[in-house]
Design a protein around this ligand. Structure first.
Ligand code: C2O
Ligand code: CU
Ligand code: CU
Length: 575
């Protein structure tokens, strides 16, 4: 990644925390470069990175070795994002939090085959806020995000631009992508609670430089499962000005903020008069309520996650990044505004549908109460099953009831919602605005309200899922369609299923016919989900033939991408 160093630092601070002996290194806080405009190109590629000096590990990044550029968009603009996959693996890229049609959303059906480019194109409809992008292949998300594939999206709009807020990217408006990694034997490890490296913008324990004035942090928890209870040295107060999907109506003063995987928060900190001093952003995880991964305890004493108690970060306060305060800039923002933007929150009485989602372990062993896999309404994610169908224009309340011993951050695609209740009480002050991730406490519940305003599609679903990436990959996800009850769906050209012949197949070419639809690629997997063949189809083809290798007799799944994803069962007969 071409990184613009903010500062290089010559001093090593004393360790400040109990439990984990963290010293700050020499590494400056990197600021990801910006991409903006109507055409944005991202190349997902393999790379190499040193999280610890002298130890190089293999990584993934967009346009670089790790993470990706910050995409800056204006509300109302048109954008085409060309995402090229140079990984030796399937991927997708999801615009987390953006309100786009299901075709443009980059969910698990929008596979990008190796050495191909996916080019979604849409109008930016979102409020000014901080969003992000990351891979979202079914069963692949944790691996690819942990390897480093993720980046920030910043949307600006006219109402936000009219407010006296810090807006100098990397100077007084600072992206902080906070992640936790487990690195063992020179490799990024998955599915282990033994994550020990906390990174900001890809660097462990970095040191940044900030001017002595009001500074804005755009915090993103991009970790696979760790929650951070954020705060500053000396309980320095800060103001939350925005959550996942937009600004609040007024700044909310706090000294702590719980940020779960997938969540974003924008904070203002007043550094006036602090020139020459330094301070730290800290995860005060000794104070994090039990039941959340990162807190002192999960499993309520009954059982715990493998390695949980051995991980010195759990339940301990640990530093995230240190900042040295330097002289103020010209045109500095010197005061925290007293009001922001009016919040037109959704009214619970407007909801016509209430859906309940019961979260529970799939199995019955005590361990599974915290480890999973977790089901939602008794189902694990199935790419072929639509779990919910929503009518275009409906206002709905979704209730998540958690019958497991671990807290889950539940994310819904397509919409921004308001949180009505958590465990029967109104949520904390800072959570009253627009959200796309909600904390559902262990053995507790949360209710959210949203309106499905645009983008009916009779076939292509959106996702809702836990943003703990292992839970998501193991199937804690469901699919919903938004349909137009008057039958005027956005994509009426879609007609009929994918046709295959000869089927059963013995030898020779296999023909695909998507009827009125356009094909882009075809993927054949065996009954265990293992990939057998993937082919690229010339863009725009509606009918195509593929040369099959010799395959063991049996039932295979054939999936195509294109304007709509299509699926069919392929029978291979014995010769
Ligand atoms: Cu951030 Cu469905 O994902
Ligand atoms: Cu999302
Ligand atoms: Cu979960």
């Amino acid at each position: 990644m071409s990184i613009r160093s903010v500062h290089s630092v010559l001093r090593v601070a004393a360790p400040i925390v109990v439990g984990v002996h963290y010293a700050f290194g020499q590494s400056p806080l990197p600021i990801p470069p910006v991409l903006s405009g109507a055409q944005i190109s991202l190349t997902l590629q393999e790379g190499a990175w040193e999280f610890h000096p002298g130890e190089t590990v293999s990584t993934y990044g967009y346009n670089g070795d790790l993470l990706g550029p910050t995409i800056v968009l204006e509300r109302g603009q048109e954008v085409t994002l060309n995402v090229t996959n140079t990984l030796p693996d399937l991927t997708t890229t999801h615009w987390h939090g953006l309100h786009v049609s299901p075709e443009n959303d980059g969910g698990p059906h929008s596979l990008i085959l190796p050495n191909t480019t996916w080019s979604p194109s849409f109008t930016v409809l979102d409020r000014a806020s901080t969003y992000w992008y990351h891979p979202h292949g079914h069963g692949l998300t944790d691996y690819q995000v942990s390897m480093g594939a993720a980046g920030m999206i910043i949307v600006h709009d006219e109402s936000e631009a009219a407010l006296p807020l810090p807006r100098m990217y990397g100077v007084d408006d600072v992206p902080l992508i906070i992640q936790a990694k487990s690195i063992m034997d020179g490799q990024i490890m998955l599915h282990t609670g033994l994550d020990s490296v906390i990174t900001v913008n890809g660097v462990a324990r970095p040191v940044g430089q900030l001017p002595a004035q009001v500074v804005r942090f755009r915090c993103l928890n991009g970790a696979s499962e760790r929650t951070f209870l954020l705060g500053f040295t000396g309980d320095r107060p800060f103001h939350v000005i925005g959550t996942d999907g937009g600004l609040l109506d007024e700044p909310v003063q706090r000294t702590r903020l719980r940020l779960m995987p997938g969540e974003r928060a924008e904070l203002l900190v007043d550094l006036s008069g602090m020139e020459g001093s330094d301070f730290q952003l800290i995860a005060f995880n000794s104070e994090l309520p039990n039941g959340i991964i990162g807190s002192p305890q999960v499993g309520n004493g009954m059982a715990t996650l493998d390695g949980y108690d051995d991980n010195a970060l759990n339940g301990a306060d640990h530093a995230i990044v240190r900042f040295d305060v330097t002289e103020p800039t010209a045109d500095a923002i010197l005061a925290i505004p007293s009001t922001l933007l009016p919040l037109a929150l959704l009214d619970a009485s407007a909801a016509t549908v209430v859906r309940t989602f019961n979260i529970a372990p799939q199995g019955t062993a005590p361990m599974e109460m915290i480890e999973g896999p977790f089901t939602m309404n008794d189902a694990l994610m199935d790419m072929d099953v639509i779990n919910e169908t929503v009518e275009l224009g409906a206002t709905e309340i979704w209730v998540f009831e958690n019958n497991s011993m671990v807290g889950h951050p539940i994310h819904i695609h397509d919409v921004q919602f308001n949180i009505l209740e958590r465990n029967g009480s109104t949520p904390e002050d800072w959570e009253r605005g627009w959200k796309d991730v909600v904390y559902v406490p262990a053995m507790g519940s949360a209710r959210v309200i949203m309106r499905f305003e645009d983008f009916a599609d009779p076939e292509m679903p959106y996702m809702y899922h836990c943003h703990l990436l292992m839970h998501e990959d193991e199937g804690m996800m469901g699919q919903f369609l938004v349909v137009d009850p008057n039958g005027v769906n956005e994509n009426t050209s879609a007609s009929g299923p994918l046709l295959l012949w000869p089927n059963p197949w013995v030898a020779g070419d296999l023909w695909l016919d998507a009827q009125d639809d356009e094909l882009a690629s075809a993927l054949i997997t065996d009954a265990t989900g293992r990939e057998v063949l993937q082919v690229r189809v010339p863009v725009g083809s509606k009918r195509w033939n593929i040369h099959l290798p010799e395959l063991a007799p049996g039932v295979y799944n054939l999936t195509t991408t294109g304007y709509h994803p299509r699926k069919a069962k392929l029978l291979i007969a014995a010769p």
